[in-house]
Ligand binder design. Structure first.
Ligand code: NAD
Ligand code: SER
Length: 319
Protein backbone atom coordinates (compact mmCIF):
# COMPACT_ATOMS: atom_id res chain seq x y z
CA UNK A 1 0.00 0.00 0.00
CA UNK A 2 1.55 3.30 -1.12
CA UNK A 3 0.91 6.63 0.65
CA UNK A 4 1.47 9.42 -1.83
CA UNK A 5 2.31 13.07 -1.11
CA UNK A 6 1.83 15.61 -3.93
CA UNK A 7 3.71 18.87 -3.37
CA UNK A 8 2.42 21.76 -5.51
CA UNK A 9 -0.97 20.01 -5.87
CA UNK A 10 -2.88 23.24 -6.58
CA UNK A 11 -0.90 24.04 -9.74
CA UNK A 12 -1.71 23.38 -13.38
CA UNK A 13 -0.27 19.86 -13.36
CA UNK A 14 -0.99 19.01 -9.71
CA UNK A 15 -4.72 19.77 -9.95
CA UNK A 16 -5.15 17.04 -12.58
CA UNK A 17 -2.39 14.60 -11.59
CA UNK A 18 -3.64 14.38 -7.98
CA UNK A 19 -7.06 13.19 -9.20
CA UNK A 20 -5.44 10.43 -11.29
CA UNK A 21 -3.18 9.39 -8.40
CA UNK A 22 -6.33 9.07 -6.29
CA UNK A 23 -7.80 6.70 -8.90
CA UNK A 24 -4.57 4.65 -8.92
CA UNK A 25 -3.82 4.44 -5.19
CA UNK A 26 -7.23 5.25 -3.62
CA UNK A 27 -8.22 8.83 -2.68
CA UNK A 28 -7.61 8.02 1.01
CA UNK A 29 -3.95 7.21 0.23
CA UNK A 30 -3.15 10.54 -1.43
CA UNK A 31 -2.20 13.66 0.52
CA UNK A 32 -2.33 16.91 -1.47
CA UNK A 33 -0.16 19.84 -0.37
CA UNK A 34 0.68 23.32 -1.53
CA UNK A 35 1.81 26.65 -0.10
CA UNK A 36 -1.68 27.96 -1.00
CA UNK A 37 -5.06 26.83 0.33
CA UNK A 38 -6.65 23.83 -1.48
CA UNK A 39 -8.51 24.58 -4.72
CA UNK A 40 -11.85 23.07 -5.78
CA UNK A 41 -10.23 20.32 -7.90
CA UNK A 42 -8.42 18.66 -5.00
CA UNK A 43 -10.68 19.51 -2.06
CA UNK A 44 -11.71 15.86 -1.61
CA UNK A 45 -8.15 14.84 -0.62
CA UNK A 46 -6.43 15.16 2.76
CA UNK A 47 -4.63 18.49 2.49
CA UNK A 48 -1.53 19.96 4.15
CA UNK A 49 -0.60 23.60 3.67
CA UNK A 50 3.15 23.09 3.22
CA UNK A 51 5.99 25.41 2.23
CA UNK A 52 8.57 23.15 0.60
CA UNK A 53 11.35 25.43 1.88
CA UNK A 54 10.47 24.35 5.44
CA UNK A 55 12.26 21.04 6.16
CA UNK A 56 10.67 20.56 9.59
CA UNK A 57 7.20 20.95 8.12
CA UNK A 58 7.99 18.59 5.22
CA UNK A 59 9.37 15.90 7.53
CA UNK A 60 6.37 16.20 9.85
CA UNK A 61 3.96 15.68 6.94
CA UNK A 62 5.94 12.60 5.78
CA UNK A 63 5.98 11.14 9.30
CA UNK A 64 2.36 11.95 10.19
CA UNK A 65 0.94 10.42 7.00
CA UNK A 66 3.54 7.62 6.72
CA UNK A 67 4.31 8.76 3.18
CA UNK A 68 6.03 6.28 0.83
CA UNK A 69 6.06 8.24 -2.47
CA UNK A 70 6.43 11.96 -3.24
CA UNK A 71 5.46 13.82 -6.42
CA UNK A 72 7.35 17.09 -6.05
CA UNK A 73 5.80 19.54 -8.52
CA UNK A 74 6.30 22.92 -6.80
CA UNK A 75 8.52 25.23 -8.86
CA UNK A 76 8.77 28.71 -10.34
CA UNK A 77 8.38 28.43 -14.12
CA UNK A 78 10.34 30.13 -16.90
CA UNK A 79 8.69 33.53 -17.34
CA UNK A 80 8.03 34.16 -13.63
CA UNK A 81 11.59 32.99 -12.87
CA UNK A 82 13.14 35.67 -15.07
CA UNK A 83 11.31 38.33 -13.05
CA UNK A 84 13.06 37.24 -9.84
CA UNK A 85 15.97 34.88 -10.66
CA UNK A 86 17.42 34.45 -7.13
CA UNK A 87 14.03 33.59 -5.67
CA UNK A 88 13.33 31.10 -8.49
CA UNK A 89 16.75 29.43 -8.11
CA UNK A 90 16.38 29.20 -4.36
CA UNK A 91 12.89 27.70 -4.44
CA UNK A 92 13.54 25.30 -7.32
CA UNK A 93 16.84 23.99 -5.89
CA UNK A 94 16.18 24.04 -2.13
CA UNK A 95 12.74 22.50 -2.65
CA UNK A 96 14.17 19.58 -4.63
CA UNK A 97 17.08 19.04 -2.23
CA UNK A 98 14.68 19.00 0.74
CA UNK A 99 12.64 16.27 -0.97
CA UNK A 100 15.70 14.21 -1.99
CA UNK A 101 17.11 14.40 1.55
CA UNK A 102 13.74 13.32 2.98
CA UNK A 103 13.67 10.41 0.50
CA UNK A 104 17.09 9.31 1.75
CA UNK A 105 16.28 9.78 5.45
CA UNK A 106 12.87 8.09 5.40
CA UNK A 107 13.83 5.50 2.74
CA UNK A 108 10.86 6.51 0.58
CA UNK A 109 9.95 4.06 -2.18
CA UNK A 110 9.83 6.51 -5.10
CA UNK A 111 10.14 10.21 -5.94
CA UNK A 112 8.79 11.98 -9.02
CA UNK A 113 10.22 15.36 -10.03
CA UNK A 114 9.53 17.02 -13.39
CA UNK A 115 12.22 18.58 -15.53
CA UNK A 116 11.54 20.54 -18.72
CA UNK A 117 12.62 21.24 -22.30
CA UNK A 118 14.00 24.43 -20.69
CA UNK A 119 17.17 22.41 -19.87
CA UNK A 120 18.11 22.94 -23.53
CA UNK A 121 19.57 26.20 -24.81
CA UNK A 122 20.53 28.23 -27.86
CA UNK A 123 23.28 25.87 -29.11
CA UNK A 124 21.34 22.64 -28.48
CA UNK A 125 20.36 20.94 -31.78
CA UNK A 126 16.92 22.44 -32.40
CA UNK A 127 15.11 19.77 -34.34
CA UNK A 128 14.47 16.31 -32.95
CA UNK A 129 16.63 17.21 -29.93
CA UNK A 130 18.29 13.98 -28.69
CA UNK A 131 18.16 12.59 -25.15
CA UNK A 132 21.89 13.28 -24.67
CA UNK A 133 23.11 16.49 -26.25
CA UNK A 134 24.43 20.02 -25.62
CA UNK A 135 22.63 21.63 -22.67
CA UNK A 136 23.26 25.35 -22.23
CA UNK A 137 20.04 26.82 -20.74
CA UNK A 138 20.01 30.60 -20.45
CA UNK A 139 17.01 31.06 -18.14
CA UNK A 140 17.23 30.63 -14.37
CA UNK A 141 14.38 28.10 -14.68
CA UNK A 142 16.34 26.04 -17.22
CA UNK A 143 19.54 26.26 -15.17
CA UNK A 144 17.67 25.06 -12.07
CA UNK A 145 16.09 22.16 -13.99
CA UNK A 146 19.46 21.08 -15.41
CA UNK A 147 21.07 21.25 -11.95
CA UNK A 148 18.05 19.38 -10.57
CA UNK A 149 18.55 16.58 -13.10
CA UNK A 150 22.16 16.22 -11.95
CA UNK A 151 21.04 16.08 -8.28
CA UNK A 152 18.43 13.40 -9.08
CA UNK A 153 21.04 11.20 -10.75
CA UNK A 154 23.45 11.88 -7.84
CA UNK A 155 20.92 10.75 -5.21
CA UNK A 156 20.12 7.63 -7.25
CA UNK A 157 23.81 6.72 -7.74
CA UNK A 158 25.07 7.61 -4.23
CA UNK A 159 22.09 6.78 -2.02
CA UNK A 160 19.87 4.51 -4.13
CA UNK A 161 16.93 6.97 -4.09
CA UNK A 162 14.47 5.76 -6.77
CA UNK A 163 13.87 9.17 -8.33
CA UNK A 164 12.26 9.41 -11.76
CA UNK A 165 11.80 12.39 -14.03
CA UNK A 166 10.44 13.62 -17.38
CA UNK A 167 11.45 16.65 -19.44
CA UNK A 168 7.94 17.90 -20.17
CA UNK A 169 7.31 20.13 -23.17
CA UNK A 170 4.69 22.92 -22.74
CA UNK A 171 1.68 21.39 -20.97
CA UNK A 172 -1.81 22.28 -22.14
CA UNK A 173 -4.86 21.50 -20.04
CA UNK A 174 -8.19 23.25 -19.52
CA UNK A 175 -9.04 22.13 -15.99
CA UNK A 176 -6.63 24.54 -14.27
CA UNK A 177 -4.80 27.74 -15.12
CA UNK A 178 -1.06 27.88 -15.81
CA UNK A 179 1.37 29.50 -13.39
CA UNK A 180 3.91 31.67 -15.28
CA UNK A 181 5.45 29.72 -18.17
CA UNK A 182 6.42 30.71 -21.70
CA UNK A 183 4.04 28.13 -23.19
CA UNK A 184 1.01 29.42 -21.22
CA UNK A 185 -0.39 31.18 -24.31
CA UNK A 186 -1.54 27.78 -25.59
CA UNK A 187 -3.84 27.46 -22.56
CA UNK A 188 -5.12 31.07 -22.45
CA UNK A 189 -5.99 31.00 -26.15
CA UNK A 190 -8.83 28.46 -25.64
CA UNK A 191 -10.43 30.56 -22.90
CA UNK A 192 -10.44 33.62 -25.18
CA UNK A 193 -11.79 31.60 -28.13
CA UNK A 194 -14.71 30.30 -26.06
CA UNK A 195 -15.45 33.78 -24.67
CA UNK A 196 -15.76 35.05 -28.24
CA UNK A 197 -12.82 37.40 -27.70
CA UNK A 198 -9.79 38.00 -29.97
CA UNK A 199 -6.44 36.74 -28.62
CA UNK A 200 -3.21 38.75 -28.36
CA UNK A 201 -0.28 36.32 -28.35
CA UNK A 202 2.97 37.20 -26.55
CA UNK A 203 4.95 35.02 -29.01
CA UNK A 204 5.33 35.56 -32.76
CA UNK A 205 3.01 33.61 -35.05
CA UNK A 206 5.77 31.27 -36.27
CA UNK A 207 7.30 30.26 -32.88
CA UNK A 208 7.40 26.48 -33.16
CA UNK A 209 7.56 24.72 -29.76
CA UNK A 210 7.10 21.19 -28.39
CA UNK A 211 3.80 20.83 -26.49
CA UNK A 212 1.72 18.09 -24.85
CA UNK A 213 -1.95 17.73 -23.88
CA UNK A 214 -2.35 17.27 -20.12
CA UNK A 215 -3.87 13.76 -20.38
CA UNK A 216 -0.74 12.61 -22.23
CA UNK A 217 1.50 14.27 -19.61
CA UNK A 218 -0.35 12.50 -16.81
CA UNK A 219 -0.23 9.17 -18.64
CA UNK A 220 3.54 9.60 -19.19
CA UNK A 221 4.05 10.43 -15.51
CA UNK A 222 2.09 7.47 -14.19
CA UNK A 223 3.55 5.06 -16.78
CA UNK A 224 7.06 6.13 -15.75
CA UNK A 225 6.33 5.85 -12.03
CA UNK A 226 4.61 2.45 -12.36
CA UNK A 227 7.29 0.93 -14.64
CA UNK A 228 9.48 -1.77 -13.06
CA UNK A 229 12.70 -0.30 -11.66
CA UNK A 230 14.92 -2.22 -14.10
CA UNK A 231 13.25 -0.47 -17.09
CA UNK A 232 14.28 2.98 -15.82
CA UNK A 233 17.71 3.46 -17.32
CA UNK A 234 17.83 7.27 -17.34
CA UNK A 235 18.11 8.78 -13.85
CA UNK A 236 18.54 12.40 -14.89
CA UNK A 237 15.33 12.93 -16.88
CA UNK A 238 13.66 11.41 -19.96
CA UNK A 239 12.83 13.37 -23.13
CA UNK A 240 9.10 12.99 -23.86
CA UNK A 241 7.34 14.43 -26.86
CA UNK A 242 3.84 14.62 -28.35
CA UNK A 243 3.14 17.55 -30.72
CA UNK A 244 4.90 20.69 -31.94
CA UNK A 245 3.06 23.71 -33.33
CA UNK A 246 3.20 27.49 -33.77
CA UNK A 247 0.69 30.03 -32.44
CA UNK A 248 -0.60 30.42 -36.01
CA UNK A 249 -1.23 26.66 -36.25
CA UNK A 250 -3.17 26.52 -32.96
CA UNK A 251 -5.27 29.49 -34.17
CA UNK A 252 -6.06 27.56 -37.40
CA UNK A 253 -6.95 24.47 -35.36
CA UNK A 254 -9.38 26.54 -33.22
CA UNK A 255 -10.83 28.20 -36.36
CA UNK A 256 -11.91 24.74 -37.61
CA UNK A 257 -14.34 24.72 -34.65
CA UNK A 258 -14.87 28.51 -34.19
CA UNK A 259 -14.35 30.12 -37.64
CA UNK A 260 -14.73 33.73 -36.39
CA UNK A 261 -11.83 33.39 -33.87
CA UNK A 262 -8.87 35.70 -34.56
CA UNK A 263 -5.46 36.49 -33.06
CA UNK A 264 -2.82 39.22 -33.17
CA UNK A 265 0.86 38.86 -32.25
CA UNK A 266 2.77 41.14 -29.90
CA UNK A 267 5.96 39.35 -28.74
CA UNK A 268 7.38 40.36 -25.34
CA UNK A 269 10.37 39.13 -23.24
CA UNK A 270 9.04 35.56 -23.44
CA UNK A 271 9.94 35.44 -27.17
CA UNK A 272 13.66 35.23 -26.31
CA UNK A 273 12.97 32.35 -23.92
CA UNK A 274 10.96 30.46 -26.56
CA UNK A 275 13.67 31.13 -29.17
CA UNK A 276 16.25 29.38 -26.95
CA UNK A 277 14.20 26.13 -26.79
CA UNK A 278 13.97 23.22 -29.28
CA UNK A 279 11.38 22.87 -32.07
CA UNK A 280 10.84 19.17 -31.52
CA UNK A 281 12.12 16.42 -29.24
CA UNK A 282 13.44 12.90 -29.90
CA UNK A 283 11.85 10.71 -27.22
CA UNK A 284 12.90 7.33 -28.62
CA UNK A 285 14.73 6.43 -25.39
CA UNK A 286 11.51 6.79 -23.34
CA UNK A 287 9.59 4.84 -25.99
CA UNK A 288 12.14 2.00 -25.89
CA UNK A 289 12.73 1.88 -22.11
CA UNK A 290 9.17 2.00 -20.75
CA UNK A 291 6.88 2.16 -23.77
CA UNK A 292 5.96 5.86 -23.90
CA UNK A 293 3.33 6.67 -26.56
CA UNK A 294 1.27 9.90 -26.81
CA UNK A 295 -2.40 9.86 -27.85
CA UNK A 296 -3.28 13.50 -28.69
CA UNK A 297 -2.46 15.54 -31.80
CA UNK A 298 -3.28 19.26 -32.14
CA UNK A 299 -6.82 18.92 -33.57
CA UNK A 300 -7.82 16.17 -31.14
CA UNK A 301 -6.60 18.34 -28.26
CA UNK A 302 -8.49 21.38 -29.59
CA UNK A 303 -11.77 19.44 -29.94
CA UNK A 304 -11.38 17.94 -26.45
CA UNK A 305 -10.73 21.32 -24.81
CA UNK A 306 -13.46 23.20 -26.68
CA UNK A 307 -15.98 20.49 -25.72
CA UNK A 308 -14.88 20.14 -22.08
CA UNK A 309 -14.14 23.70 -21.00
CA UNK A 310 -17.71 25.17 -21.16
CA UNK A 311 -19.04 22.30 -19.00
CA UNK A 312 -16.24 22.82 -16.48
CA UNK A 313 -16.82 26.59 -16.26
CA UNK A 314 -20.56 25.96 -15.78
CA UNK A 315 -19.87 23.52 -12.92
CA UNK A 316 -17.69 26.18 -11.21
CA UNK A 317 -20.56 28.69 -11.44
CA UNK A 318 -22.91 26.21 -9.72
CA UNK A 319 -20.52 25.72 -6.75
P1 NAD B 1 2.26 25.79 -11.41
O1 NAD B 1 2.98 27.09 -11.25
O2 NAD B 1 0.90 25.80 -12.03
O3 NAD B 1 2.14 25.06 -10.00
C1 NAD B 1 3.15 25.08 -9.04
C2 NAD B 1 2.51 24.95 -7.68
O4 NAD B 1 3.55 25.01 -6.71
C3 NAD B 1 1.54 26.09 -7.36
O5 NAD B 1 0.28 25.58 -6.96
C4 NAD B 1 2.23 26.84 -6.24
O6 NAD B 1 1.32 27.40 -5.30
C5 NAD B 1 3.08 25.75 -5.61
N1 NAD B 1 4.19 26.31 -4.85
C6 NAD B 1 4.93 27.40 -5.14
N2 NAD B 1 5.84 27.63 -4.17
C7 NAD B 1 5.67 26.65 -3.25
C8 NAD B 1 6.30 26.36 -2.02
N3 NAD B 1 7.29 27.13 -1.53
N4 NAD B 1 5.90 25.27 -1.33
C9 NAD B 1 4.88 24.49 -1.80
N5 NAD B 1 4.23 24.75 -2.96
C10 NAD B 1 4.61 25.81 -3.67
O7 NAD B 1 3.23 24.81 -12.22
P2 NAD B 1 2.83 23.54 -13.09
O8 NAD B 1 2.61 23.99 -14.48
O9 NAD B 1 1.78 22.76 -12.40
O10 NAD B 1 4.22 22.76 -13.07
C11 NAD B 1 4.44 21.70 -12.17
C12 NAD B 1 5.84 21.17 -12.38
O11 NAD B 1 5.98 20.72 -13.74
C13 NAD B 1 6.94 22.20 -12.16
O12 NAD B 1 8.05 21.57 -11.57
C14 NAD B 1 7.30 22.65 -13.56
O13 NAD B 1 8.61 23.10 -13.66
C15 NAD B 1 7.10 21.36 -14.33
N6 NAD B 1 6.84 21.63 -15.75
C16 NAD B 1 5.69 22.25 -16.14
C17 NAD B 1 5.48 22.53 -17.48
C18 NAD B 1 4.24 23.24 -17.95
O14 NAD B 1 4.13 23.52 -19.15
N7 NAD B 1 3.28 23.53 -17.06
C19 NAD B 1 6.45 22.14 -18.42
C20 NAD B 1 7.62 21.54 -17.97
C21 NAD B 1 7.79 21.27 -16.63
N1 SER C 1 6.08 25.17 -20.04
C1 SER C 1 7.17 25.54 -19.22
C2 SER C 1 7.41 27.01 -19.25
O1 SER C 1 6.99 27.62 -20.21
C3 SER C 1 8.40 24.82 -19.68
O2 SER C 1 8.90 24.08 -18.63
O3 SER C 1 8.02 27.52 -18.36
Amino acid sequence: MEKVLVIGACGQLGSELTIELGKLHGDENVVASDITKPNAAIRKFKFEQLDIMNVTQLNAVIENHQITQVYHLAAILSAKGEENPQWAWNLNMTGLLNVLEAAKTYKLNKIYWPSSIAVFGPTTPRTNTPQDTVMDPNTVYGISKLAGERWCEYYFEKYGVDVRSLRYPGLIGYKSLPGGGTTDYAVDIYHKALNGEPFECFLSKDTYLPMMYMSDAIKATIDLMEAPQEQIKVRSSYNVSAISFTPEQIVKSIQKEIPEFSATYNPDFRQAIADSWPDSIDDSVARNDWGWQPAYDLDKMTRTILEGLPELLESFQKV
